[in-house]
Write a protein that binds this ligand. Structure first.
Ligand code: ATP
Ligand code: MG
Length: 203
């Protein structure tokens, strides 16, 4: 029997992608013995909270630029091309159909985003579709996560990652304020942000 393909899935808005995302994906690749990690930028919501979101094509391209040098990272257009909001269950279903029955799916997420997933959907349904890897994230209280998410479920693992207190929100704020983002994002992403004049005005 052929060995199963261990497919990591890293979903996100990636507005923009930063080193916190990349370190988290690489750590999951290593800790869980994955064969590859696919980054899945979300489709175009009109708003995320109360701010407009950068066009999906720009977020997709920045994700490609950031992951290009890693042979086991790739980027999927599956959500970018799907109209309407992105739901984790739909993404997993589509990737499962693409990957075939021989694949084991590992959904990689920060503990903050993981809680959101379980707030909206039937946890048993979501948990039957993939293994969930919840990464620690600076500024986010893991204890709160552990009391509210099904961490005792066999399909949920908590993963410690080297703490990088980087968020896309802070990067957008920095660009708007004229502060540097060098070393917070890959160089190519910084160049893309400058070239396309992204995040210049305060959200
Ligand atoms: P925003 O501030 O706009 O919400 P973000 O930095 O949280 O952006 P997202 O695109 O929302 O980035 O996150 C995608 C995924 O990466 C989520 O599961 C999130 O929890 C995780 N993540 C983001 N930043 C980090 C980080 N520094 N460490 C660990 N996980 C992270
Ligand atoms: Mg976020």
């Amino acid at each position: 029997m052929a060995a199963t393909h261990r497919l990591g899935v890293m979903g996100g808005t990636f507005d923009p992608i930063h080193h916190g995302h990349l370190v988290t994906a690489e750590e999951a690749f290593w800790q869980f013995g994955l064969d590859e990690v696919v980054f899945v930028p979300t489709g175009q919501p009109w708003m995320k909270g109360d701010r407009p979101v950068t066009p999906a094509e720009d977020r997709y391209l920045m994700t490609v630029i950031a992951t290009a040098s890693n042979p086991h990272f790739s980027v999927s257009r599956i959500e970018v091309e799907r109209p309407g909001p992105t739901y984790t269950v739909d993404t997993l279903e589509a990737l499962r159909a693409q990957a075939g029955p021989g694949a084991d799916l590992f959904f990689i997420t920060g503990a903050d985003a993981m809680l959101e997933i379980f707030q909206w959907k039937d946890p048993d349904d979501v948990l039957s579709r993939a293994h969930f890897i919840a990464a620690t994230r600076p500024g986010y209280d893991l204890a709160r996560f552990e009391t509210r998410a099904p961490t005792s479920h066999p399909n949920v693992s908590v993963m410690q990652v080297p703490a990088l207190a980087i968020s896309s929100t802070d990067i957008r704020r920095r660009v708007a304020a004229g502060e540097p983002i060098r070393y917070l994002v890959p160089e190519g992403v910084q160049t893309y942000v400058e070239k396309m004049h992204l995040y210049r005005s305060p959200a």
